[in-house]
Design a protein around this ligand. Sequence first.
Ligand code: HEM
Length: 231
Amino acid sequence: MRTGSDKHRAAVVTWAIPTQSAGQNSWWLAMILCALLGAMAAFLLLVGPFDQAAVRRLVRASARTSVLLFSTAFVASSLAAFFPGVTTRWLLRHRRQVGVSFAFSHAIHLLALVLLADFFPHPFIDDLSLLGLVGGGTSYGFIFVMAATSNDRAVAWLGPRRWHLLHLIGGWTIWVIFLQSYLPLALLDPRYAPLGLLVIAAAAMRAGSVVRRRMSPNNETTGDPKCAQPS
Ligand code: HEM
């Protein structure tokens, strides 16, 4: 017979372990996405003059590819819970590859910032704030640690609970940085509205899936134990 705490432990474990990863053979998706991101960066830097405008275009473009990839990985399990089907199951299975591609995209953001600081330091350096550096730096720490632990060996090494906690805190930290970047921009410029709405919708979806799970009579998993994923 399962006690209350057994039941709780089972719930934590089934939600924490990414039991439906796509396996080693599916890294082709990450390779294709990273190749496309690399091509985008090369195009923006190498076509036309190498000036501050070109580097800033790469900063903005990489932030946009990052928010798309991040949001996709962030809501993959919620989408699968709300809209079970072939596409959402496929996305759930490939969430790690999407997450690692997000890390690559944001490494390009970092590379563009290094180029900006090196070749065109003003006004970039003058505009930096301590709060921005701490927030951005912390997010980068999470991004690279989360990418490095997106594999079964890391889950086994850290243990499901710690792995889940790391990815939960890291995911929401990154989300906050996207929100504080895109929300003010969206309020000032309607062209940013889709990105601002995307960031808010991602959080709403995650929160909705938690509420749904809590209200479900069998709140241990998404319903299908094989699909159990952290949300
Ligand atoms: C210390 C680290 C970081 C620095 C110094 C930094 C710096 C910048 C700068 C200067 C821009 C404006 C580029 C321009 O408009 O010309 C920018 C844009 C942006 N950054 Fe970063 N960034 C950092 C980390 C991050 C992180 C960790 C995230 C997200 C998790 C992020 C998300 C964004 C977004 C969303 C934009 C707006 C892009 C747009 O206008 O479409 N940044 N960043």
